[in-house]
Design a protein around this ligand. Structure first.
Ligand code: NCD
Length: 300
């Protein structure tokens, strides 16, 4: 039995658990790159239940599982929509958890992953519940920060849609465990919700990018989460309101890293890709070893 059975929120993990997963992920890097082989998860099956689009998260779970000798079944979009029409999510999960050894779920409703875990016979991993949590993304974000920058004593700016980005909601909680100095940068209407801020006991303040760009170690950018806006008109008011360019980064520290959970829309200009600061594609790769470590923790 591992340190945790399900992974629903980053709050389910202690700082010690987080460091343990990051250390384990290091050990899986060669296997993730395909340089070394492993069959450690042979005979295990993962079910991907995605009720929202996903490319990186779903495919990196699949890659992680297969490179460790395990197998994967995917629910198709058509199946997801027929579930939405008829069968309850609870019944779906009761059945699928009898077929497989672990369930990965992404769903538009906040709290859905916790609900699914209550009805599952097998471990459940939350791959994003609405604007709620995305704990596996947080672990790979922390892994990226530790590898490409430093975790302790970090100065980080979280920029973009802080209201609806679940990647930010998860990451910010973990960062407070590592005593990070956190700057929040967003359009007024996409600020981190106040009630969220009240729960956080850390060194957090709102800022302008120009004021902090020369001082931060990490710039973490998110796209505007268009699908979470109750009203398209509200989205149009903020669409395209911020963009990182190579020019803006001229005032940055030498070793600043720019991260993004991807997909990007227009918030990071392609001119940034060629700078030494861009780490978002490495970040996407680190999803594989980190998810290997998480899968081994819940399956072995
Ligand atoms: C993120 C998500 O789904 O929350 N994507 C991801 O998992 N890498 C970020 C996003 O969709 O903007």
């Amino acid at each position: 039995m591992g340190r945790f059975r399900h992974l629903i929120s980053i709050d389910d993990l202690s700082k010690d658990d987080i460091i343990y997963i990051l250390d384990r992920a290091e050990e899986f890097e060669d296997i993730a790159f395909g340089k070394k082989k492993s069959n450690i998860l042979e005979g295990k099956i993962l079910a991907n239940l995605f009720f929202e689009p996903s490319t990186r998260t779903r495919m990196s779970f699949e890659t992680a599982m297969k490179r460790l000798g395990g197998d994967v079944i995917n629910m198709t979009a058509q199946e997801a929509s027929s579930i939405a029409k008829g069968e309850t999510l609870a019944d779906t999960v009761r059945v699928i958890s009898k077929y497989v050894d672990v369930i990965v779920i992404r769903h538009p409703l906040e709290g859905s992953a916790r609900f699914v875990a209550e009805h599952s016979d097998v471990p459940v991993i939350n791959a994003g519940d609405g604007a709620g949590q995305h704990p596996t993304q947080t672990l790979l974000d922390l892994y990226t920060i530790r590898k490409e920058s430093r975790l302790e004593g970090l100065k980080i700016a979280l920029m973009g849609d802080l209201k609806y980005s679940r990647t930010v909601h998860s990451l910010i909680k973990a960062l407070t465990l590592f005593n990070a100095k956190i700057y929040l940068i967003s359009p007024e209407s996409l600020r981190l919700p106040d009630e969220f801020l009240e729960d956080l006991k850390g060194d957090i303040e709102t800022a302008n990018l120009n004021d902090v760009i020369g001082d931060i170690d990490v710039l973490y950018v998110t796209r505007i989460q268009k699908e979470r806006f109750p009203d398209e008109e509200e989205y149009k008011k903020v669409a395209g309101s911020y963009k990182i360019t190579a020019d803006i980064l001229k005032n940055a520290k030498e070793d600043l890293i720019v991260m993004h959970p991807l997909p990007r829309v227009d918030e990071i200009d392609v001119s940034v890709d060629r700078t030494k600061h861009a780490k978002y594609f490495e970040q996407a790769f680190y999803g594989v070893p980190v998810r290997m470590a998480i899968l081994c923790e819940v399956l072995l």
